[in-house]
Design a protein around this ligand. Structure first.
Ligand SMILES: [Zn+2]
Length: 443
């Protein structure tokens, strides 16, 4: 038996959806928390759905809607539960197909490594399968490489909350101020966490894969991920090779639907990794791709300094000169200050642990891009207020080309004297052009 899960994100009320759909009555061992929030006393609608799954027993079954009927899986092991994520709670459990004829050729899930993912998004959220289906449509021919770097979602389902659930009561009481949530689940291909990587070079390739995948998804299906964190960067092992996978598209959005989205919906992500602007109460959005790239910078920084190697925390870290442990417990004001101190320090130096020492160059170069970009932005804002009649332009997506995909690829295509794998003819061509320029310069 797996120990009780503690209540998820530290904000909002303890809201436990009371699920009344008939298929939910089957998994008797999957009990939802009993104590209901005293919603009558609540002064405002909860900003978050906190759910609690009392116990999950290995071997118990879970049945969910599938095509015109239902399908059942057997629960095996909890692999992940979210913490500190704004907007939802997520749980990932390893499962196996529990059909009666589960043998190869008869069952499409036979022999596959599957996970069941459960979360409680608001009803307006696009399911990640919709984003991934669009990616699959576009990932043909020379674009097919990107499928190695995206999750493989076999099916997904939504289960609404019952009429007598606390959810429905909140809705009645607060009407439009309360966003209804439901249980969303999916069955996906199991991926490996970053902790399974064995060398710094493997880590570097995974991070470089993430940049290339993010660029492709932003450019072709036009989707913005919006939640880059260490937990959402996964590894797929295929034919003995390891691929970085940009996972968990629950908070993603269609780029072309960015207009008309409120600031509260723009402020998404996993707190320690969010872009520094997003911690400011004055920030009004929109969420841009450079915010995700800033998050990736923090993922690399925190891994390289908080960990002795990918699977072991550095226990001495809190005694060091740049302690990042507080990033996981402090609020927005603290994080805004700490991140701004890094970005605006011309002399900033990362202090990676020995295993990750070769990341020093990447981190320093990426920080320099942030420094130059935000310095240019500050100058632009000042100039604009001094000369209100002059038409000035500044590319906010890339901090005027100082913090762009181009910069990331240029910095990250090499790691510690080694060329990493660059996928797709687009970037391969760009890099060839660049190398030519460099050779010309050397002549
Ligand atoms: Zn089966």
């Amino acid at each position: 038996m797996i120990k009780q899960l503690h209540a998820l994100p530290p904000v909002g009320l303890g809201l436990i959806p009371e699920l009344e759909a008939p298929f939910m009555k089957d998994p008797a061992s999957l009990k939802y928390g009993q104590k209901l929030p005293e919603f009558e006393k609540a002064k405002g609608p909860p900003s978050n759905a906190i759910f609690e799954i009392k116990e999950i027993e290995e071997g118990s079954k879970f049945t969910f809607p599938y095509k015109d009927g239902t399908r059942t899986v057997q629960l095996q092991r909890i692999l992940f539960r979210s913490h500190g994520i704004i907007g939802r709670g997520t749980i990932v459990v390893r499962v196996v197909c529990a059909c009666t004829h589960c043998v190869p050729n008869q069952c499409d899930w036979s022999g596959k490594k599957l996970v069941l993912k459960l979360s409680f998004p608001s009803v307006s959220r696009v399911p990640e399968q919709a984003f991934m289906d669009r990616c699959k449509e576009k990932a043909k021919g020379e674009h097919a490489w990107v499928l190695n770097h995206l999750p493989d979602i076999y099916c997904s389902f939504d289960i609404p909350c019952g009429e007598r659930s606390p959810q429905a009561n909140f809705k009645k009481k607060f009407e439009d101020k309360y966003e209804m949530r439901f249980l969303r689940g999916s069955i996906q291909d199991e991926l490996q966490p970053l902790s399974t990587l064995e060398t710094a070079l493997e880590c570097a390739q995974v991070f470089y894969d993430i940049v290339q995948c993010h660029h492709w998804v932003h450019t072709y299906p036009r989707i913005l991920h919006r939640d880059i964190s260490d937990g959402n960067i996964m590894v797929r092992v295929k034919d003995g090779k390891k691929y970085g996978v940009l996972n968990d598209w629950d908070l993603a959005m269609w780029l072309d639907e960015r207009e008309g989205i409120s600031t509260s919906q723009f402020r998404t992500g996993t707190r320690p990794y969010m872009a520094h602007e997003q911690h400011s109460p004055d920030w009004e959005g929109p969420h841009r791709y450079r915010h995700d790239m800033e998050s990736l910078f923090y993922v690399i920084l925190l891994l390289a300094t908080l960990f002795s190697n990918p699977c072991e925390k550095d226990h001495e870290h809190s005694k060091k000169r740049q302690p990042y442990t507080k990033w996981f417990t402090q609020g927005d004001e603290f994080l805004y200050d700490k991140k701004a101190l890094i970005i605006f320090d011309f002399l900033w130096q990362p202090i990676p642990n020995q295993f990750f020492s070769a990341f020093h160059q990447w981190l320093k170069s990426l920080q320099r891009c942030l420094y130059v970009g935000f310095t240019a932005y500050k100058y632009f804002v000042e100039l604009q207020s001094d000369t209100p009649n002059q038409v000035l332009s500044f590319n906010d997506d890339t901090l005027d080309d100082h913090f762009s995909y181009d910069k990331f690829v240029l910095i990250m295509h090499r790691f510690s004297e080694e060329d990493l794998a660059t996928h797709g003819s687009e970037w391969q061509g760009k890099l060839r052009g660049l190398q030519k320029d460099e050779d010309e310069r050397k002549k």
